[in-house]
Structure formats: structure tokens, C-alpha cells
Design a protein around this ligand. Sequence first.
Ligand SMILES: Nc1nc2c(ncn2[C@@H]2O[C@H](COP(=O)(O)OP(=O)(O)OP(=O)(O)O)[C@@H](O)[C@H]2O)c(=O)[nH]1
Ligand SMILES: [Mg+2]
Length: 221
Amino acid sequence: MEIKIQKRVLEKNETEADKNRAYFKENNVFVLNMMSSPGSGKTETLCKSLGRLMPGIRTGVIVGDICTANDADRLKVTGAKVIQINTDQFGGDCHLAAHMIDTSARELGCEDLDLLIVENIGNLVCPAEFDIGEDARAVVLSVTEGEDKPLKYPLMFQVADIAILNKVDLLPYLDFDAPLAVENMKKVHPGMPVFEISAKTEQGLDPWLEWLKSKVKEKIG
Ligand SMILES: Nc1nc2c(ncn2[C@@H]2O[C@H](COP(=O)(O)OP(=O)(O)OP(=O)(O)O)[C@@H](O)[C@H]2O)c(=O)[nH]1
Ligand SMILES: [Mg+2]
């Protein structure tokens, strides 16, 4: 019974994701879905990255949290168009679903954007199951979370096109084995590019931004 309901929810979501894909294609905008556990540094990475992308790449952000507009307030400082979704109005969902993106993307307006980044709800499980009509997915893992997370939560790393290993500035103070974490990511997703960065110090941002720019160019020309 529970399996059937979950299947229906995912099928309905898929139809809505197709509608989003058509809208994004119509507006010639590349969409990146950024996912991670709470606190891995999605917002901090975006705060430091958006300034390096704009104005060359006109970027907007949809940011999801269960409550608060804290992340939208942080992201607006960059000058990007930002809209906050709070899922407590949808019963506190732990992921962004395609219908939420439909409403917010139209409210934000994608006509004047080259790139739309969706910062998903902090959660290493559910967001991996919900297609939102995106072109690519990025997963962020931070060095305080443990090397084994890709093995414990493989779906998130399997659906991601790239991974970002964040907070490398903390490595001197931790026992975290970064090469082992990368090896574990590649074990569940062979060949996936992994970018090691510190959003705090901005170390390593260029390679991941080059990847992102090349994907935007590939879609919008
Ligand atoms: N030392 C260090 N701290 C960082 C780095 N990136 C983020 N932080 C800190 O980690 C905390 C969480 O960062 P956020 O950017 O809010 O993380 P998030 O993934 O957006 O969190 P949610 O949206 O709640 O899921 C904040 O206190 C950041 O300042 C980093 O590279 N190094
Ligand atoms: Mg955030």
C-alpha cells in the first residue's frame, strides 16, 4: 500500500518535472540542483560562487528550507535574483518537489536568466528521489561528515553529476581521510568529477565554476 502511494507520488512528480523541463527549455536556462546534508555549505559555496559567475552568466537561485528565509537573505547580498521556498506550508517536506519549482521559477522569472541554481533542502536522502526538471545535479559533502557517507547514502552520489568536497580548510584539525572519501564517492559513481574546495577561503572554486560555465554554455550556446 505504502509502496503504491510512493510510486504514485513519484509518477506525478515526474509529469510536473517534464513541465518544468519544457519551461526551462523555452527560456533557454540551464538548471542545477544542488543537494547535501544540512550544513555542508551549499549556501556558503553559492555566496562565494555567484559573484564569479555574474554578470557574465545571469544567475538566479531558488533556495529551499523547511523554515526561515535566512539563506535567501545571505544569497541576495550577491545581487542574484533569489526566491525562498519554505516547505512548512507543504507539511514540512524534506525535499523540493517539481510543483514547488514550477511556481517559484515562474515567480522568479527565467526570461532574463542563463543559469538557475536550486539549493535543495538539507537532506542526503529524499531530494535524490525527486526530479525537478533540472539539467544537472551537484552533491556537496563536507569534511566533518565522515568518509563513509557515499557508501551509506549511495543514491545521492549516484544521481549526482559532480561532487564538491567542502570545508577542506578544516582538514589540518580533523582525522578525515579526504582521499578515502573521494575513493568512496567514485566507488558508488565511477568517473564522477569531485571538486575539493573551501567555500570559506575560496580555495579550489575555479575548477568547479569552470565545469558549471561549460555546462551552461553547452545548453544555451
Ligand atoms: N570552515 C568552514 N566552514 C564553512 C565552509 N562552508 C560553510 N561553512 C560553515 O558551515 C555552516 C553551514 O554552512 P551553510 O552554507 O549554511 O550550509 P548549507 O548546506 O547551506 O546548510 P542548509 O541550507 O541548512 O542545509 C556555516 O556556519 C558556514 O559558515 C567552509 O568551507 N569552511
Ligand atoms: Mg543553505
